[in-house]
Design a protein around this ligand. Structure first.
Ligand code: COA
Length: 191
């Protein structure tokens, strides 16, 4: 089943369109947005990533949804502000196999609660529709904004589960990652 669209009060989480590629490439070339990734992406890499993401949404019941800002008192509607969604890491770690929640919003759209709003609805979909037992998230220990978002979502970190990301060079300052988890039971108790 293709992933369904998800509506929130201010946002639409939808499949990707050709027109998303330009703002996605702009976002992926922004050094602030990409601060906690090993490198920024050029246009070719960004377009390929968008293509892979869209194929995923067509083939599976989950993926990284394109996020559209429908209306917000403080901002004009914006057809593409980034992505939020669920994915299954393809590498091995002590906590895999697992389902991960992840996000990337363009810089002008930080600080307004859009990532929290989108992620809350994605968690709801993951637990209520997909019947997941647990969702995890992880990020570089340096990425305070992403960890704050995980905590707003009710996810919890056990520092004994911090890990070196297998896709990041061990001498890179971004290598060490925090792992956050939320179970279906914890989610149900807080919703
Ligand atoms: C991670 C990321 C999505 C977090 O963005 P964010 O703007 O901090 O998170 P939210 O959209 O949930 O917004 C929360 C902020 O908006 C404020 N806010 C305003 N209105 C709000 C509302 N209605 N609801 C919730 N928060 C609101 C909050 O107080 C908070 O402000 P603060 O940052 O000053 O504490 C963003 O930094 C990003 O895309 N980073 C680059 C990509 C990245 O690193 N991804 C993670 C890799 S693992």
């Amino acid at each position: 089943m293709p992933a369904p669209r998800i509506e929130t009060p201010r946002l639409l989480l939808r499949h990707w369109r050709q027109e998303d590629r330009e703002p996605f490439a702009q976002m992926n070339s922004n050094s602030e947005v990409m601060r906690y990734f090993p490198q920024t992406l050029d246009r070719v890499q960004s377009d390929l990533f968008a293509e892979v993401i869209q194929i995923g949404l067509e083939e599976r019941d989950h993926g990284l949804w394109a996020v559209e800002l429908r209306n917000d008192r403080s901002l004009e509607p914006a057809p593409f502000i980034g992505f939020v969604g669920l994915s299954v890491p393809t590498w091995n770690a002590s906590f895999t196999p697992c389902t991960e929640i992840g996000w990337r919003l363009n810089r002008p759209f930080w600080g307004r609660g859009f990532a929290t709003e989108a992620a809350r609805h994605v968690l709801r979909y993951g637990f209520q529709v997909l019947k997941l037992n647990e969702v995890v998230s992880f990020t570089s220990l340096l990425n305070a904004r992403s960890m704050a978002l995980m905590e707003r979502l009710g996810m919890t970190r056990d520092i004994t589960e911090d890990f070196d990301h297998p896709k990041v060079e061990t001498n890179n300052e971004l290598c060490r990652h925090a792992l956050y988890r939320i179970s279906d039971k914890k989610w149900a108790n807080s919703n």
